[in-house]
Design a protein around this ligand. Structure first.
Ligand SMILES: Nc1nc2c(ncn2[C@@H]2O[C@H](COP(=O)(O)OP(=O)(O)OP(=O)(O)O)[C@@H](O)[C@H]2O)c(=O)[nH]1
Length: 472
């Protein structure tokens, strides 16, 4: 679906939602007020005086009062609060880009794969903890039960709540992008080489990646479409429209829905560096499955980081799901083995496997992940059904480098992009699609249990550009 279709559909839904009855109100009768609140300015930038003045260190002003109210523009301090993405070659180095510096590095190669005997009798290694829903603390989100009659209404409400999550979660990116776009448009005089240089800079600052930035400016150059764009609003629309076109083209045939096992437990393995949000994502996803009536088991496969199993245990209790843990510094493969056995024997629907996030080098990482996968596959031939790489969106290009390393180590089937709410550069989604061709399947839009959403390209695009695109 094209950019303007998305915006028209969403704007229509919003209008319907805000105008429940057909009786025109005084506000509706006024053309200006009938305009969606998100409407971006139609500023014709023709000379110095008319250009929106942008001063480093000051808030950029959106010239249209309505848009300014709806979309407060981030201060440069906000937008620039993230460290410039450093290019790191090793997994350890990439892990250091995260705020939380884990204490230890573990040489997994030194850890023996469990011998068949050990695997057959791994009793001392792991501990299965059953958490009854009654004894568990109340989950952050209330369980919603619906009758069949309420299903349609429920679906609409769910859809609306997902859209709202995206809108709120992407507020920082939207204002960051808006601020950069305003700065760019303030400099816009004519479509010349400086224009394309500035455009590439704008895109790179927004984390869309160098390749995507160049692709975008090249395709705009080719089309010379911008030659006809007279106002800053038209220029802005053309740029965003082209970006969405390239984004959609790069994602053809991507399967974004999470895979499920045809029979038996669905096994999902989570990989990624420490601090990316693996545990939190597992906790959020477990809550979601539990609410959908599934029997869920967690495997605390990160035995190396002190406190990792405890952190997952807190989520298990909160969600009212079961967990298999092992001793600290024990063999994670033994935990995985116990968990998959348990999942099969006790008819669990879902097994979510946490893994270590920090290993000494790529070879160790590869060995460790391969070992876990082998154990899962031995017990359930088509498992793991998903290997989800958890990436922290605030680490920008570093997240891309991590993705390349992990993808070399194990076949990643999808990406969970966390902390999108914490970045002013949501363009990372475009870079991932363009450079990695691994589908983003889930997005983290906050720290609460409900702040996890299936990735939806339309909701994402709307959340990112709302207020910057004008639909006639
Ligand atoms: N704002 C925000 N914070 C998040 C999100 N996902 C995770 N976090 C936070 O990120 C921090 C790290 O998350 P964890 O789940 O512990 O990360 P991890 O990858 O499991 O890290 P290790 O346990 O060290 O391997 C926590 O403070 C989480 O609350 C998100 O989508 N948005």
């Amino acid at each position: 679906m094209g950019l303007f279709d998305i915006f028209k559909r969403k704007a229509k839904k919003e209008t319907e939602a805000t105008q429940p009855d057909a009786t025109p109100t005084v506000e509706q009768a006024t053309p200006a007020a009938a305009e969606p609140a998100s409407t971006a300015p139609e500023t014709v930038v023709t000379d110095e005086e008319q250009a929106t003045p942008v001063t480093e260190g000051m808030n950029t002003v959106v010239t249209d009062a309505t848009a300014a109210e709806a979309e407060p523009i981030a201060t440069p301090a906000d937008a620039d609060s993230e460290e410039p993405a450093a290019v790191e070659a090793s997994v350890s180095a990439a892990a250091e880009a995260n705020d939380e510096a884990p204490a230890e590095e573990v040489d997994v190669a030194a850890t023996e794969e469990p011998t068949p005997a050990a695997v057959d009798n791994p009793a001392p290694a792991a501990e299965v903890e059953s958490v009854s829903a009654e004894s568990a603390p109340t989950a952050v989100e209330p369980t919603v039960t619906t009758t069949a009659d309420e299903d349609d209404e429920g679906d609409e409400a769910d859809e609306a709540s997902v859209e709202t999550k995206y809108e709120h979660g992407l507020a920082k990116s939207r204002s960051g992008f808006g601020e950069r776009l305003n700065r760019f448009l303030a400099r816009f005089r004519s479509v010349d080489e400086d224009f394309f240089d500035d455009l590439e800079e704008l895109m790179i600052e927004s984390d869309v990646g160098y390749e995507m930035a160049v692709k975008l400016s090249d395709s705009l150059r080719d089309e010379v479409k911008l030659q006809n764009a007279k106002s800053s609003q038209e220029v802005s629309n053309v740029i965003i429209e082209k970006m969405v076109e390239l984004y959609e083209a790069a994602g053809e045939n991507e399967q974004v829905a999470l895979a499920t096992a045809p029979t038996g437990p669905t096994v999902i393995m989570f990989v990624g560096v420490n601090g990316a949000g693996k545990t939190t994502t597992i906790g959020k996803l477990a809550a979601r499955y539990k609410q959908a009536g599934k029997k869920v088991l967690l495997a605390a496969g990160d035995t190396f980081r002190a406190g990792a199993a405890e952190q997952l245990d807190v989520w298990a209790k909160r969600d009212g799901v079961d967990i298999v843990t092992g001793p600290e510094n024990g063999d994670p493969a033994a935990v995985v083995f116990d968990a998959v056995k348990q999942a099969k024997a006790d008819n669990y629907d879902i097994l979510l496997v946490d893994t270590a996030g920090r290993l000494q080098n790529k070879v160790n990482l590869m060995n460790e992940l391969a070992k876990m996968k082998r154990i899962l596959t031995r017990e359930i031939p088509d498992a793991p059904h998903e290997v989800l790489l958890v990436l922290d969106a605030t680490t920008g290009q570093n997240a891309l480098n991590q993705a390349k390393i992990f993808n070399d180590s194990t076949d990643v089937t999808g990406i969970v992009l966390t902390k999108l709410d914490g970045t002013a550069r949501g363009g990372i989604v475009l870079a991932i699609r363009n450079e990695l061709h691994i589908p983003v399947k889930l997005v983290g839009l906050g720290e609460q249990v409900s702040d996890l959403a299936d990735f939806d390209a339309s909701d994402f695009v709307y959340g990112l550009f709302k207020g910057l695109v004008k639909v006639d």
